[in-house]
Design a protein around this ligand. Structure first.
Ligand code: PEP
Ligand code: MG
Length: 595
């Protein structure tokens, strides 16, 4: 294929069919790859969001810089503040007429437009004689550079800043606000990135897919696309070359975008996908394969409320309660009693069912103020998760006390399953397991560091269960930051090395049981479990439970209901035999869909 983003184009040519890189070009076929953030297939013509850059003067105007022009400079500052205020008011009005995440992101942007720091900095340029337009541009450039340097979530807000700047400039110059063109027929919306103000009014009936060159799984484009259920691919390198009006096939699961595809084939794939979505909408569980094999399909939650919402759907329990997310906005550590209350709320959402609670995974992209996290150059490889014990063992002890207290409030008396994040060594696992057992809690560990996956045989005798965190396992196996929009091809759980590690863990647990040892359940609770095709592969590896965001559960359940254990085993072998993530995905889809 001719994409510039595939492993084949950047490294070894082994395993690549001759002509792979040029044949399609002659036929007018072209493929781009990015990060699929909302699954689903769409086939429709491209509508591009154009953002004409507005040229403004950034050098001081001598008339405004003159010593006796103080009054005019003040008037210029007022003009700038009024323009930013008008933009903020409009964004807020749209926030109030929207719902859910759309409303939240619009309101956050309205706040950004009123940011005092931004206005103060801009005021300093005006004080030197720069006109309001130039001052807005200069200060935005400074903030963009600052956000880019900070990286991660801050970098994902760059689009918001640039969008606000464009709106403020349009307001100052009296020209129409930039945005998405009117869309009334089925279209694929393509953009460098979408700002919240672009996405808030999108109609899922007309916009069949969203593709962007920048952004990441947590950028606003992704959040809104998820909320609207619109298939979405972000971080697509080279997307600027996608022409307006070209018929494009978008696959939000695999992250591929193709033009020049046979229209009949493309339409049939989009139709098959729409049928799966319709089946998912009607699928109510419980999860089982087509041959009746039961599947333990669970939900990932972050607090009592999300647990109760999950309980209204077909999830059979909770495979991952990310406790740190319940604490993100807490300046002080909650008392043991308060913690017990929070944990009990989640346990009570699924009475008598499996609920797996993870101890605090603070650090890296999840800062928790009371965790005493040190300043580090490389926090993803630093003190996070279970490693917080190195600084303060009391934090984990108090959390386990809270969990033991919550367990006592349960009518059933069945042990509460508790797992530790970021376990790398056997002694860490032994210490954690002992502290859980002392309190009557059932201990497990997350397998998300390659060291633990490789040496899994040494961990299995210590704990009651393990759960594979494919998000971090992929990050650390591929040495690729999971938040990086540039490395999306590497941070793909379909990567051969990641699949091999997951299969190794699942098979080690099976082999241990076959050899007379206890059967240690192996769950998967990373995003991999939310991909219906990957779920088939995981089942084929012998994974015993799958846990995904509640919204993904019906898609996974409906897909698993179409395949037998035999197909899962064949899909597992096909995936393991592949030389790249793309090859693995394509082989499994072809096998499952009988192409
Ligand atoms: C994972 O790493 O796959 C996981 C489930 O944990 P988190 O995404 O919270 O780091
Ligand atoms: Mg993790």
């Amino acid at each position: 294929m001719s994409d510039s983003n595939s492993e084949a184009s950047s490294g070894s040519q082994q395993g690549q069919a001759p002509g792979d890189r040029w044949d399609y070009g002659d036929l007018g076929e072209r493929e781009w790859n990015g990060t699929g953030v909302v699954g689903g297939i769409a086939y429709a013509p491209v509508v591009r969001v154009r953002r004409e850059s507005i040229e403004v003067e950034t050098d001081p105007d001598p008339a405004l810089a003159a010593e006796d022009a103080e009054e005019r400079r003040e008037a210029e500052k007022t003009r700038l503040a009024a323009a930013a205020g008008a933009v903020a008011d409009r964004l807020m009005a749209r926030a109030q007429s929207s719902t859910g995440s759309s409303s939240e992101v619009l309101a956050a942007n309205a706040q950004l437009a009123r940011d005092r720091g931004w206005l103060k900095e801009a005021g300093k340029h005006v004080a030197k004689g720069v006109r309001a337009e130039g001052a807005a541009k200069l200060v935005t450039e400074k903030f963009v550079a600052m956000f880019a340097k900070l990286g991660g979530r801050q970098a994902e807000r760059i689009t918001d800043l640039e969008d606000i700047n464009a709106r403020v400039l349009a307001e100052l110059l009296g020209i129409p606000e930039p945005g998405v063109p009117e869309i009334s027929t089925h279209s694929v919306l393509a953009a460098a990135d979408l700002a919240p103000a672009d996405t808030a009014g999108l109609d899922a009936g007309s916009v069949r897919a969203i593709v962007t060159e920048f952004g990441g799984p947590t950028s606003h484009t992704s959040i809104i696309a998820r909320q609207l259920g619109i298939p979405c691919v972000v971080a697509v390198a080279g997307l600027g070359e996608l022409r307006e009006g070209a018929a494009v096939l978008v696959d939000g699961s695999t992250g591929t975008i193709r033009v020049g595809v046979d229209p009949a084939e493309a339409e049939s794939r989009a139709r098959a996908d729409a049928e799966l979505r319709a089946r998912a909408a009607e699928w109510t569980g419980p999860a089982e394969l087509a041959d009746g094999t039961p599947v333990d399909l669970l939900a990932n939650v972050q607090d009592g409320e999300s647990a109760r919402r999950a309980a209204q759907g077909p999830a059979q329990g909770i495979g991952l309660f990310r406790t740190e997310l319940a604490f993100l906005d807490r300046p002080e550590e909650p008392s043991v009693d308060e913690q017990a209350e929070m944990y009990a709320e989640v346990l009570e959402a699924f009475p008598g069912k499996k609920v797996v609670i993870r101890t605090l995974d603070a650090g890296s992209d999840k800062p928790v103020s009371f965790a005493g996290l040190p300043e580090e150059d490389n926090p993803a490889l630093g003190v996070r998760g279970l490693r917080l014990d190195l600084l303060d063992r009391g934090l984990l002890d108090r959390q386990l006390d809270g969990l033991a207290e919550a367990a006592k409030r349960l009518p059933t008396g069945s042990p509460v399953q508790v797992m530790a994040p970021m376990v790398a060594t056997v002694s860490e696992a032994e210490d954690f397991a002992a502290r859980c057992r002392d309190r009557g809690l059932s201990p497990g560990i997350m397998i998300e560091i390659p060291a633990a996956a490789v040496a899994i045989d040494k961990f299995l005798p210590i704990v009651d269960f393990v759960s594979i965190g494919t998000n971090d396992l992929t990050q650390y196996t591929m040495a690729a930051d999971r938040m990086s929009p540039h490395l999306a091809t590497l941070t793909d759980p379909w990567q051969p090395a990641v699949l091999a590690l997951v299969a190794h863990v699942a098979r080690a647990a099976e082999a241990r049981a076959a050899g007379g040892g206890s059967r240690v359940p192996v769950g998967v609770c990373g995003e991999a479990a939310a991909d219906p095709y990957l779920a088939i592969v995981l089942k084929g590896f012998g994974v015993t439970s799958l846990s995904a965001a509640a919204a993904a559960v019906p898609f996974v359940g409906a897909k698993l209901a179409e395949v037998t254990e035999e197909t899962c085993a064949a899909a597992a072998e096909a995936a393991l035999a592949a030389n790249s993530a793309r090859e693995a995905k394509a082989a499994v889809i072809a096998l499952v869909e009988g192409e």
